[in-house]
Design a binder for this molecule. Structure first.
Ligand code: ADP
Ligand code: TZD
Length: 575
């Protein structure tokens, strides 16, 4: 045998890792190179995959997470060992908390040295560090196991309740050689990675009984419903039952926000006054006041209201998490919704007394809000700036809207209507800052469609360096920064009168637009709603990386936006 033939007949860890991903239709890796993964990144590119390189791992992992949410395929992120791994871990944990399917793959140091803590280059017991924050964590030690290891990671990410998976690849694995034919045979193409999980017939019957006996029902759509991609069936259920519906933040647009059955602008009324709630892919966590207390018609924060809950979720453990669930419907949303539709029979739509009351409340609230939105204060406030953005975005329902901040998040959620499913991507279950540029890049790369990232000036700072990445890949991303000189607002003063500014305050009059021009993108500062609307429309239409520094009244914000009640108050100060 010649040396050449021998070489051809061997493969190695590097090649098999790429082969295993390609065999499972994974075509993009979001990552940041260094020892030991640089050659892996080069090889991925050489083998026809897309490598999107970032400036910080958290943003790469956020991009992979949102790619997973949008496509139902696991998003893939890749990092170097110890610090790169830890930089990515927060975003991997965030993906898990939000039920987004993804795999973070990190190179790791030599096991023998790590396990004896002998001080290797970038030494860390990554597998164990990851475990508390992920749905599953695996390490592949032998080249023959790459196929099965990748299959395990993929299935863990997307099946059942989706989540973040950590996959540990020791440096040594990548160089390990094996017979090329055996190597190809070891690759696993995962069959039916996220199988349907139909609900039991008894649970469907029970749910229908509860729903049919409701007098004042309401449907709550969560981002699980958006993720499921059964938009037509969900719409059919809402329309056939005639039940008013509400959308959690990222479920906005699943049905257009201007749908006649939307109770969005009458949310408080609908939650408090309803007698039955059908939850579809929405957890009764803090974002829904844990299903109890005054929000739900109770009298104090511990009080369970007289209300019946029907809950559709793929995770059986989610039932009774905060309040008793009268009719748990455990299964995938597609199967559950279809089963409900099949059993509706001659479903009596809710009485006009209930639906009419909601419409009345909704229209009154919209009219009230219109007055605030119509005002034209100088400098701009959140409302006048958002009115301008709302009007532009209404003309482009295909645009993705990434959104983070405090006031910037809370006001935008209620003012900017969404018309298509899965277009609103935001701080999610943790209310985390730092998802902005990662989500924007992930959405743009996955879809090729324009993205608008609406950011508080503090929120933007967590991932702002990725404007270079946006320029490098020439992505159609328009970043809008609501610049009010600080966290929440920019007018706080240091009570001591000392030289340092207050904890919430930034440099006044910062020119964030110059960050984008530094890398060849378009940067513009605007001070009026008209200027903002024009710059936004141009940014979207041009498809060029654009950053709009929108100057907002520094006094306009509220501390912590709409969740100021969660701030602990000091007993000592109260005295
Ligand atoms: P939101 O923040 O919008 O209220 P959550 O993230 O709290 O939404 O809830 C999403 C829920 O959807 C999770 O409990 C998750 O288990 C569930 N889920 C995700 N995908 C599916 C699916 N395909 N079928 C059923 N449930 C799902
Ligand atoms: N760090 C992380 C990772 N997540 C967080 N949520 C916070 C800190 C705390 N935090 C918020 O909850 S909102 C916010 C911080 C720092 C920023 C608010 O300021 P902003 O937005 O400029 O982004 P507004 O619109 O001016 O309020």
């Amino acid at each position: 045998m010649t040396t050449e033939t021998q070489e051809r007949e061997l493969t190695d860890g590097f090649h098999l890792i790429i082969d295993a991903m390609k065999a499972n239709d994974i075509d993009t890796i979001y990552g940041l190179v260094g020892i030991p993964i640089t050659d892996l990144a080069r090889l991925a590119q050489a083998e026809g995959m897309r490598w999107i390189g970032f400036r910080h791992e958290a943003n790469a992992v956020n991009a992979a997470a949102i790619a997973g949410y949008l496509t139902k395929k696991p998003g893939i992120a890749m990092t170097v060992s110890a610090p790169g791994f830890l930089n990515g871990l927060v975003a991997l944990a965030n993906a898990t908390v939000n039920c987004f399917p993804m795999i973070m793959i990190s190179g790791s140091s030599e096991r023998e040295i790590v396990d004896l803590q002998q001080g290797d280059y970038e030494e860390l017991d990554q597998l164990n560090a990851a475990k508390p924050y992920v749905k599953a964590a695996y390490r592949i030690n032998h080249v023959e196991d790459i196929g099965i290891g990748m299959a395990r990671a993929i299935r863990a990410a997307v099946s059942g309740r989706p989540g973040g998976v950590y996959l540990d690849l020791p440096a040594k694995l990548m160089g390990q050689a094996m017979d090329a034919i055996k190597g190809q045979k070891s690759i696993v193409r995962v069959v039916d990675a996220a199988p349907d999980q139909p609900p039991s017939p008894e649970s469907v019957k029970r749910a229908l009984e509860v729903l049919k006996s409701a007098k004042r029902p309401v449907i709550m759509l969560g981002k699980g419903a958006a993720y499921a991609q059964v938009d037509a069936e969900i719409r059919e259920l809402v329309e056939k039952t005639g039940i008013p519906y509400l959308s959690m933040s990222m479920a906005k647009g699943l049905l257009p926000d201007n749908h006649p059955q939307s109770a969005q602008a009458a949310r408080s009324y609908a939650l408090a006054k309803s007698d039955t709630v059908l939850l579809i892919g929405a957890r009764l966590n803090w974002l829904l006041s844990h299903g109890k207390g005054p929000t739900w018609g109770g009298t104090d924060h511990k009080d369970w209201a007289e209300k019946k809950f029907i809950q559709i979720d793929i995770s059986a453990q989610e039932m009774d998490s905060n309040v008793p669930i009268d009719a748990p419907l455990v299964g995938d949303i597609g199967s559950c919704v279809k089963a409900l539709l099949a059993g509706l029979g001659d479903f009596q739509k809710p009485a006009a007394e209930w639906t009419g009351a909601i419409v009345e409340k909704r229209e009154a609230n919209i009219a009230k809000m219109a007055k605030t939105l119509d005002a034209n204060p100088s400098p701009m406030n959140f409302h006048s700036a958002l009115r301008a953005m709302r009007d532009v975005l209404k003309t482009r329902p295909d645009v993705y809207l990434v959104n983070e901040g405090a006031n910037t998040l809370d006001y935008a959620r209620s003012i900017i209507d969404m018309y298509q499913p899965r277009k609103r991507l935001d701080s999610g279950t943790w209310g985390v800052m730092g998802i902005g540029m990662g989500y924007a890049i992930g959405a743009a790369v996955t879809s090729g469609l324009p993205v608008v990232a609406l950011e508080g000036d503090s929120a933007f700072g967590f991932s702002g360096m990725e404007v270079e990445t946006i320029c490098r890949y020439n992505l159609p991303v328009t970043v809008v920064i609501f610049n009010n000189n600080g966290v929440y607002r920019g007018c706080d003063v240091n009570p001591t009168g000392g030289a340092d500014v207050a904890p919430t305050v930034f440099v006044k009059g910062s020119r964030y637009d110059m960050l984008m021009t530094a890398f060849g993108g378009v940067g513009v500062t605007v001070t009026t709603p008209d200027e903002l609307a024009k710059a936004l429309a141009e940014g979207i239409a041009s498809g060029k990386p654009t950053l709009i520094n929108a100057v907002i009244d520094e006094k306009a914000g509220t501390e912590s936006g709409r969740i100021s009640h969660l701030n602990p108050t000091s007993a000592a100060t109260k005295k």
